[in-house]
Ligand binder design. Sequence first.
Ligand code: ATP
Length: 304
Amino acid sequence: MTSTVVRAPAKINLGLSVGPLRDDGFHELATVYMALDLHDTVRVSSRDDDQVTVTVQADVQEGDEAVAVPLGPDNLAVRAVELLRTAAGITDGVDLAIRKVIPVAGGMAGGSSDAAAALVGANHVWGLGWDREALADLAAELGSDVPFLLHGGVGIGTGRGEKISPVLSRGRYGFIVAVASEGLSTPSVYAEFDRLEPEPEPPRIAPELMAALRGHDTERLGEHLANDLEAAALSLRPELDRVLQIGVDAGALAGIVSGSGPTCVFLLEDDGDAALLTTALWAAPGCADVIHTHGPAAGARIVS
Ligand code: ATP
C-alpha cells in the first residue's frame, strides 16, 4: 500500500467583488485570494480494489461540525478522486482520511481545499504524473475555489473565481479567525446578495489593494480589505456586525467576513496584538473558536 499526506490550506478573500449573474447561474467575480497556514490534512492511501472510502476526524472545532461533512460520494475530496480516475481511465481505489481543522461551511473553502489535496495525493499514489496545470483543469470542474487551493500563495481569481493569475506580494501577514458556531450555506448568501443588489456593477479589484500587497503595507491592506458578500452575510447573521466591531475595538487593523461567511477574519498589525484580540473575540456572540494564523501559505502540497 502507498500512502501520502497532503496539506490542504484554508483561504480568505482579501478582496471579493461580485458582478452580474451569468447565464450559467454563477456570478462574474474578481477576487484576491490568500492561502493560510490554517489547514486540514488529507491522507491518501492506495487500495487493492476499486473502492473509494473517506473518514473525517475533527479535533479543533467544538460541537458536531464534522458530522456536517458528508462521508460518501458528496464529499468533495471523494468527487475529486472519482473525477481524476475517470479522466485518467483507471479503476484503482483509494482511502481518504481527512483531519478537519478549517471551519465547515465557514467561507474558508475547506471542502474545496480537501478536494485539491485529494487530487494531489491520488495523482501521487496512483503514479499518474499529471502536472499542476492538468490537475487545475479538473479542479475547476469541482468548484470555483479549487484551482486556487492548488495554486496557493496570493492569486487573483476571475471568471467565477476559477481563473487564477499570480499576484506579486511581499512578506507575511498575521490574522485572527473568529469561527461561528453555525455555518452559512454559500448559495443562501448569494441569494441574499441578489435580493440586496439586483444589478451589480462589473467586478473590479481596487488597485490600492494590489499596491499594498506589492509593498507589504499592512496598514494600507487593512484599509482596502473588501467583500461584496459581507452585507448579505450580515443581513442573514446580524450578530456578525458585533463580532467585527469587537475585533476592531480590541486592536485589529481591520475585520472582514471571510467569503460567504460566517467566519470573520481580522488583520493584525503585529502578532503581539493576537492575545488581546483572541480573549475579546472568545466573548463575541456565537463565537465557537478563535484561531491565530498567518498567510500567505503554499497550495495543496505533499508533506509526507
Ligand atoms: P464554499 O467553498 O462553498 O464557500 P465553505 O468554504 O463555506 O464553502 P465548506 O467547508 O467548503 O464551506 O463546505 C460547504 C459544504 O460542503 C459543507 O456544508 C458540506 O456539506 C460540504 N462538503 C463536502 N465535502 C466537504 C469536505 N471535505 N469538507 C467540508 N465540507 C464538505
